[in-house]
Design a binder for this molecule. Structure first.
Ligand code: UDP
Ligand code: MG
Length: 338
């Protein structure tokens, strides 16, 4: 624990609660992870077994085009798996939603399949949950391994996001988290189709604590998030959680109108009192170009939000499950209150 994210966490740990014995659902999204999935699921099962005998691993195959499907089906024969294959690649946010929707434990762990999230941290997450925290999340403590452009983009994103939204999103917090059933139920109850998970975790609140970690190198394969995909994820986050970009243009518009008014007055005064009626054609041409650009840009931003509304009102499902292999030992707990 650290005070790195103290502003997002309560000052003192909540009072010790008598928690029910842990029944853990580990949600693992997997997209083209054939090189990692087997080793990872075995390592995960081994780590979790040390915490509780009652656990399931919910593997969500997010439309992989490699052998992830066959490997997961085979592993379901020996590990306590709930294996869900989505009908195509819906993206990590949707895959996580699918996992959360199907998890049955009284606590849910979200963890990547590529070994980047250190398994050694699970014991500490468990302890913090047991001491009363409802959400424990990993915070990337060191982004030194990432490119300068990615780091700068990330910084800019969190700055805009947090200045425009009343929900404060802790910077550099990822999807590596341990959540109590209460948090999971709150997340499941959120109705939106555009699921920017990092924002939703912050929106639901609850007693939360941050654990810093240094992500390891990807064990095998490469990240599916290139700059373009990160950019569109950032745009999703901004349009889902802040209307600041819309407001900026009202302010810019108001500012420019005032300036134009003052300039108009000045032209009139110049013509009337100084007899200088015909000048400034270059100013005219330049300002028309500048302001048509500003207008197009602001219409574009408007369009971004309208597009989001359009997607939302269509009410399409967030994901489709094409295959569901249920070997979870938590099946019998399904109807019990947690
Ligand atoms: N992932 C997914 N669907 C996608 C992209 C990624 O389920 O469309 C999974 C991927 O298999 C991994 C996790 O999300 O378990 C993180 O992905 P990745 O390692 O590519 O991203 P990064 O670690 O670079 O953020
Ligand atoms: Mg990764």
């Amino acid at each position: 624990m650290t005070d790195l994210h103290a502003e997002y966490a309560p000052a003192a740990p909540p009072a010790q609660l008598p928690r029910q014995p842990l029944r853990l659902s580990c949600v693992v999204p997997a997209y083209n992870e054939q090189a990692n999935i087997e080793g990872f699921l075995r390592a995960l099962a081994q780590t979790v077994r040390a915490l509780t005998p009652d656990f399931e691993i919910v593997v969500v195959n997010d439309g992989s085009r490699d052998a992830t499907h066959e490997l997961s089906l085979r592993l379901a024969q020996e590990l306590p798996l709930r294996y869900l294959a989505l009908s195509r690649n819906f993206g990590k946010e949707a895959a996580l939603s699918a996992g959360i929707d199907h998890a049955r434990g009284n606590a849910v762990l979200l963890i990547d399949a590529d070994f980047q999230h250190p398994l050694e941290m699970l014991a500490e997450m468990h302890e913090l949950w047991q001491s009363g925290y409802e959400m424990v999340y990993g915070v990337i403590a060191d982004r030194a391994a990432e490119s300068g452009a990615k780091r700068m983009g990330t910084q800019l994103f969190y700055r805009v996001m947090n200045s425009g939204s009343s929900v404060k999103m802790p910077p550099n917090a990822g999807d590596f988290r341990w959540m109590d059933r209460k948090v999971v139920d709150a997340l499941k109850a959120l109705p939106e189709n555009n699921r920017f998970m990092k924002g939703l975790y912050a929106w639901v609140g609850f007693k939360t604590v941050a654990l810093p970690f240094v992500p390891k190198d990807r064990a095998a394969g490469s990240s599916s998030f290139n700059l373009r995909r990160l950019g569109s994820l950032a745009l999703l986050g901004l349009t889902s959680f802040t209307t600041l970009p819309l407001r900026i243009w009202s302010m810019v518009g108001a500012g420019i109108s005032l300036l134009a008014l003052a300039y108009g007055l000045w032209i009139a005064i110049e013509a009337l009192f100084f007899g200088n009626p015909l000048r400034g054609w270059p100013t005219l041409a330049a300002s028309i170009m500048l302001f048509s650009g500003v207008q197009l840009l602001s219409i574009g931003i408007l369009g971004e939000y309208i597009g989001r509304i359009y997607e939302e009102v269509k009410r399409r499902p967030i994901y489709l499950v094409a295959h569901d292999e249920d070997r979870s030992p938590l099946r019998e707990h399904e109807r019990e209150p947690s």
